[in-house]
Design a protein around this ligand. Structure first.
Ligand SMILES: C[S@@+](CC[C@H](N)C(=O)[O-])C[C@H]1O[C@@H](n2cnc3c(N)ncnc32)[C@H](O)[C@@H]1O
Length: 250
């Protein structure tokens, strides 16, 4: 039987990351910033600090575990074939730049943005032709209509979901009219979740697929396709979308 402070939700692993829990955490609902956090060493941190600090700590481990030939990476081809010559592409939440920015850089000028400095240091090393910017995806520091495409793999799912609409609005804003966005978004309802990931406390938050797609549309992006990409016993939603010619054309 569940006690009032427990939730059924916390009995399960993060659906997209099932099987990756490194050590059991003592679960307890902690009302903090309106989120439900687990009772581990991360409970006093805000999600942004937790995600940034943890990716700084686990940058090398994450890079060695990052698959280069998985179905998610193959989706990139569908974006690349649609790019104009000399395209300028933003990799949002670029991490170490491998393999996404690295592959994009063979066909386009790549700008990578991430708030974890250690990740950006690795990206500079692995993709020397890229331009690397340390900033938060919630407030992209780029001019309107400055990119032909924006690509974002496994980053938006680490941002509190109440901010996903503004992140997607920012993506649409920095895209030129008819520019493309290839985005990894949540596929299941997950208000807030923390667990150990590469031995560091990590945070995820996202909506179900239908809500994620409706937020993309509300930002002024037209869906080209959406696909579920399985990972373990869970998976992620990938969306290829195109900015409407004027963002008022919704
Ligand atoms: C799972 S890694 C993905 C890295 C890379 N895109 C890939 O496909 O391997 C997530 C990255 O997103 C970054 N990130 C998460 N939230 C962010 C935010 N609000 N602003 C900037 N970067 C963020 C993290 O620092 C981390 O480098």
């Amino acid at each position: 039987m569940l006690l009032p402070h427990e939730s059924t939700h916390q009995a399960a692993q993060h659906p997209a990351r099932a099987g990756r829990l490194r050590r059991p955490l003592t679960r307890r609902v902690v009302p903090y910033l309106g989120l439900t956090l687990s009772d581990d060493d991360s409970r006093d941190m805000d999600p942004r600090t937790q995600v940034r600090d943890s990716y700084n700590r686990i940058a090398a481990a994450y890079l060695s575990s990052r698959r280069r030939d998985s179905p998610d990476v193959a989706l990139l081809d569908d974006l690349v074939v649609r790019l104009p010559p000399r395209a300028r592409v933003l990799d949002a939440g670029c991490g170490a730049g491998v393999p996404i920015a690295q592959q994009l850089a063979t066909r386009a000028s790549v700008v990578g943005v991430d708030f974890a400095e250690v990740q950006l240091g690795l990206a500079k090393h692995h993709v020397p032709t890229g331009v690397w910017v340390c900033a938060d995806l919630v407030a992209l520091p780029f001019a309107d209509a400055s990119f032909d495409a924006v690509c974002s793999y496994y980053a938006i799912i680490h941002i509190p979901r109440e901010q996903h609409a503004s992140v997607l609005n920012g993506v649409a804003r920095v895209l030129r009219p008819r520019g493309l966005a290839l985005l990894c978004l949540g596929a299941v309802d997950l208000p807030a979740w923390t667990e150990q990931y590469h031995n560091a406390p990590m945070y995820w938050s996202h909506y179900d697929a239908a809500t994620s797609i409706s937020l993309v549309k509300a930002a002024g992006l037209e869906i080209v396709w959406d696909r579920w990409v399985a990972e373990g016993t869970g998976g992620h939603l990938f969306v290829l979308a195109q900015r409407l010619s004027g963002r008022g054309d919704r």
